[in-house]
Design a protein around this ligand. Structure first.
Ligand code: NAD
Ligand code: UD1
Length: 336
């Protein structure tokens, strides 16, 4: 029996594959390399001493997906494949809806045809929208403020309806908070295309000299130092959350939303100062206007993951930043 990992050469997917290989799982990765490189596969082999089956294919390609299920004995799917740049999703909404929503529908249809009804899905804390107070818990109403968020919400709704229609489906819908960090080896990590949108890749590229200075988006939020507060979570903790979710699927009937966060909030300036201390590099920054769509404070109530999956995040902020810096300083140009 094999696990199908869509988007498995990406940031979170590659770290999850490493954790699954440590448990001797047989892995099939499907990725169209839209935002990743096959060089990741060599690094995964260096870390684990093990190989995976890699299939370069698009989840929107029904024939290719059918071929995957015909040639491999898949018993569960971890579905990471998706486009994730919030700004780009507003300028290219059709690409996002097609890739994320239509692609997920194709994947689900092919899974159903082959009787594979175990799924772990990459959702996001973005589905909590702008109006819920933190800590955010899974009972709160959901909404979205941009096309990327809409795609996550639409897929979640499809999964809830699907699970209601057929009780054989077991689905864990994992709502990630802000994944950062990298594998402790420094061999795999986040490698965004172009100028990063997210805080940590931006800060680390300033630290390594690829970018001149950080813009801090707003210092007038109602937070202790005025800058935005988020729940940063180490990508290896997140990856281990997927392992726990896969183990739990046998007890889940239906579709269960589960937050994966630490439950702690950290401000932009705390990130900058910790990064500066740990890397020993200067991080020049200036205060810029608020970024449209940002809210002051976002952090998780992580009790469902704790109680249901017996999982909690173990790595602290210093470890997250030390691992981010090791990856970035050892690979200033990513995997190239
Ligand atoms: P990533 O871009 O590094 O990985 C996604 C992978 O999916 C890439 O390797 C890309 O090439 C692949 N892909 C995209 N469209 C595809 C398609 N149609 N067919 C096959 N492969 C395709 O992103 P990530 O940070 O690892 O995120 C993984 C998932 O988690 C995404 O669904 C993302 O929306 C979700 N998520 C990420 C974050 C975050 O901050 N990184 C937060 C919440 C949710
Ligand atoms: C963003 C997305 C969210 C997505 C998540 C993961 C928006 C509005 N939200 O979340 O939908 O799920 O990424 O991909 O884009 N910051 C700076 N300077 C920067 C970058 C960020 O000050 O150059 C600040 C932000 O204002 C925020 C914090 O850093 O307060 C974290 O930002 P980011 O890493 O982009 O994550 P989110 O905004 O939480």
């Amino acid at each position: 029996m094999s696990l199908l990992i869509t988007g498995g050469t990406g940031f979170i997917g590659s770290h999850t594959v490493v954790e699954l290989l440590a448990l001797d799982k047989d892995i099939v990765i499907v990725d169209n390399l839209a935002n990743s490189s096959t060089l990741v596969l060599d690094r995964i082999k260096q870390i684990t001493g093990k190989t995976v089956t890699f299939i370069e294919a698009d989840i929107c390609d029904r024939q290719a997906m059918q071929q995957v299920f015909l040639t491999h004995d898949i018993d569960a799917v971890v579905h990471f494949a998706g486009l994730k740049a919030v700004g780009e999703s507003s300028t290219m909404p059709l690409s996002y809806y097609h890739n994320n929503v239509a692609g997920s529908i194709t994947l689900l249809q092919v899974m159903a045809e082959h009787g594979v009804k175990n799924l772990v899905f990459s959702s996001s804390a973005t589905v909590y929208g702008e109006n819920n107070p933190s800590p955010l818990d899974e009972t709160m109403p959901t909404s979205a403020t941009n096309p990327y968020g809409q795609t996550k919400l639409m897929i979640e709704n499809i999964l809830f309806d699907l699970a209601k229609s057929d009780e054989q489906w077991s689905i864990a819908c994992l709502r990630y908070f802000n994944p950062i960090g990298a594998h402790e080896s420094g061999l795999i990590g986040e490698n965004p295309n172009g100028i990063p949108n997210n805080l940590l890749p931006y800060v680390s590229q300033v630290a390594v000299g690829r970018l001149a200075q950080l813009q801090v988006f707003g210092d007038d939020y109602p937070t202790p130092d005025g800058t935005g507060v988020r729940d940063y979570i180490h990508v290896v903790d997140l990856a281990q959350g997927h392992v726990k979710a896969l183990e739990k699927l046998k007890d889940i009937s239906g579709c269960v939303p589960i937050n994966l966060g630490t439950g702690n909030g950290t401000s932009v300036l705390e990130i900058v100062n910790t990064f500066k201390d740990i890397s020993g590099q200067d991080i020049p920054y200036h205060i810029a206007p608020r970024r449209a769509g940002d809210i002051a404070t976002v952090y998780a109530d992580a009790s469902v993951a704790n109680n249901l999956l017996n999982w909690h995040a173990e790595r602290d902020l210093a470890t997250m930043i030390a691992d981010t810096w090791r990856w970035q300083s050892q690979n200033p140009n990513g995997f190239e």
